[in-house]
Design a protein around this ligand. Structure first.
Ligand code: G6P
Length: 516
């Protein structure tokens, strides 16, 4: 804690020096006269802080080429930022100095720079080799290094300082995801006048796992700096609240926590997709024609099975393909009639676990084609590529069965995208019960992704289901998903954040997912 305090004091001084803030001796909202008042800087009333900006440097060149960042955050937040004239603070995805664009689709942006050493310790290290596996059921053993932790603090301080410099007095700051869990408390100390929301896009683990983390108290108190902490599903929210009570002496319920004289609200705000955009795409004749072309290129099989995942060990891709291989071996699938397309989007490629995952996956793919393919007709088409959105839509439209089988996933927007784009209610979804989306998509063929026989059985059921049953299932899922758009997700979180403590008793606004 002392370390964090000294880092913050340094940062507070910098905020004051760089931007002409001064302590306001007469501030009524702060009895210690410790409120920073902006003197000179241009600020925004609404600031989003996320590890990545919505655009990133093109990896192929050091030119001024920009492409959309991975993940669904940009589309989720673009319209809310546009409507509020907001500012987005984040990283450009590279370590080389670059002339960052200051605007993206009408959104103002401010880049936080990260050096190559910091990239190794903060991004690859603490974020993706400590927190990522720990928060995903420790599917890979998390690694704990004090140097990584120090860099995580340092980078979180940098984001907090950037937010403190940029937010207008009394403004709102919305912080996102596991890379920035210390920012809420750091920012509160720098700017006690602002309203702070935090949303975790990935699961929050049960206390039994979280307790492994050597810096567990600092993470919990970091998050408790927010006024509202949002999770994807109610289970994650209660994991957090229970851990806060156990570890740092917070009191209260799973949804309202008291800590150090403040009230913090906790809730589930299941993220979703841009329904209108997806439906419009699904109706475009060029995309529908492309879907037909894809089926022709695949040899007009009876059944196209599709997987679309970031190439990540949490996604269960290998197990899924192993189960499918066994179905070819058992004769439940045949090379003449059943074809698989697996898109594996490159991700975190400098991490050895991800490299290993790719290696293993490619072995399974080549064994499948070696064992069951014919000349000119492979059974699996594997694309290790970041496909354009239109091509993804065409693939969703071409697929009879969509396979989404992560071992653990905060939400999984691919499952929702597939359901939304099937405007004629055809198509079947095989879905892991450990994806956050399973709470809403009850019409899916559910699987335990660790259970190879269970995966085979669920795919078998999806293949066998008659058109009437399949349609009823898809309609049920579509009714559920179409009820809320991604802008409702953002609005419901922000509306809950704006509610003062007086409204705490009836915090019923956000669309809470069904309990399983
Ligand atoms: C997940 C995380 C995001 C992250 C995305 C892509 O969806 O919740 O925070 O941005 O994966 O991962 P990357 O490491 O490339 O940012």
């Amino acid at each position: 804690m002392e370390e964090i305090d000294s880092v913050l004091e340094h940062s507070r001084t910098q905020v004051e020096t760089n931007w002409g803030y001064r302590r306001h001796p007469d501030s009524s909202s702060d009895p210690d006269g410790d409120v920073a008042t902006p003197l000179a800087t241009v600020t925004a009333d609404f600031v989003v802080v996320a590890n990545r900006l919505p655009v990133q440097q093109s990896s192929s060149s050091d030119s001024d080429e920009w492409r959309p960042s991975p993940g669904g955050l940009a589309s989720a937040l673009t319209s809310v930022l546009q409507s509020r004239n907001g500012l987005w603070i984040g990283w450009l995805g590279g370590t080389a100095p670059a002339d960052a664009p200051t605007q993206y689709e009408g959104i103002r942006m401010k880049a936080v720079s990260i050096s190559s050493e910091e990239y190794a310790d903060f991004y690859l290290g603490f974020s993706n080799a400590t927190l990522w596996p720990l928060y995903h059921d420790a599917i890979r053993a998390p690694t704990f290094h004090r140097t990584w932790w120090r860099t995580y603090q340092e980078i979180n301080r940098r984001y907090a300082a950037a937010a403190a410099e940029s937010v207008a007095p009394g403004g709102t700051v919305w912080i996102h995801d596991y890379q920035l869990q210390l920012v809420p408390d750091m920012l509160r100390r720098l700017r006690p006048d602002v309203r702070i929301g935090f949303f975790l896009h990935i699961p929050f683990p049960p206390s039994e796992l979280f307790m492994q983390l050597p810096w567990r108290r600092a993470i919990i108190t970091g998050l408790l700096g927010a006024d509202l902490i949002g999770f994807q599903v109610p289970h994650a929210a209660s994991n957090f609240s229970r851990t806060a009570r156990r570890l740092v002496g917070a009191t209260g319920t799973d949804s309202i926590i008291q800590f150090e004289g403040r009230i913090i609200r906790v809730g589930a705000f299941p993220i979703t997709v841009d329904n209108a955009q997806i439906i419009a795409k699904a109706r475009e004749s060029a995309i529908r024609e492309r879907a037909r072309e894809i089926r022709r290129d695949l040899g007009n099989p009876e059944v196209v099975l599709l997987g679309v995942d970031r190439l990540d060990y949490t996604k269960g891709i290998q197990q899924r393909l192993t189960a499918i291989s066994e179905m070819y071996a058992d004769g439940q699938l045949s090379g003449d009639t059943h074809v698989i397309v697996q898109v594996a989007v490159p991700s975190r490629e400098s991490d050895a676990h991800y490299d290993q995952e790719r290696h293993n996956l490619e072995q399974v793919v080549s064994a499948m084609n070696g064992d069951y393919g014919l000349v000119g007709s492979p059974v699996i088409h594997y694309l290790h590529q970041n496909l354009p959105f239109d091509e993804l839509m065409a693939l969703y439209l071409a697929a009879d069965i969509m396979l989404v089988t992560p071992f653990r996933d905060g939400m999984n927007l691919v499952a929702k995208e597939y359901v939304v784009c099937r405007t004629d209610s055809t198509g079947r979804l095989v879905l892991s019960e450990f994806a956050g989306a399973a709470a809403e998509l009850r019409g899916a063929f559910m699987v335990n992704p660790h259970d190879l026989d269970g995966i085979k059985e669920a795919i078998g059921l999806a293949l066998k289901a008659g058109p009437k049953e399949a349609k009823a299932r898809m309609q049920r899922m579509r009714r559920k998903v179409l009820r809320h758009d991604v802008s409702d997700w953002a609005q419901s979180f922000l509306a809950a954040l704006q509610q003062g403590t007086s409204a705490i008793g009836d915090a019923s606004g956000p669309p809470i997912a069904d309990e399983r």
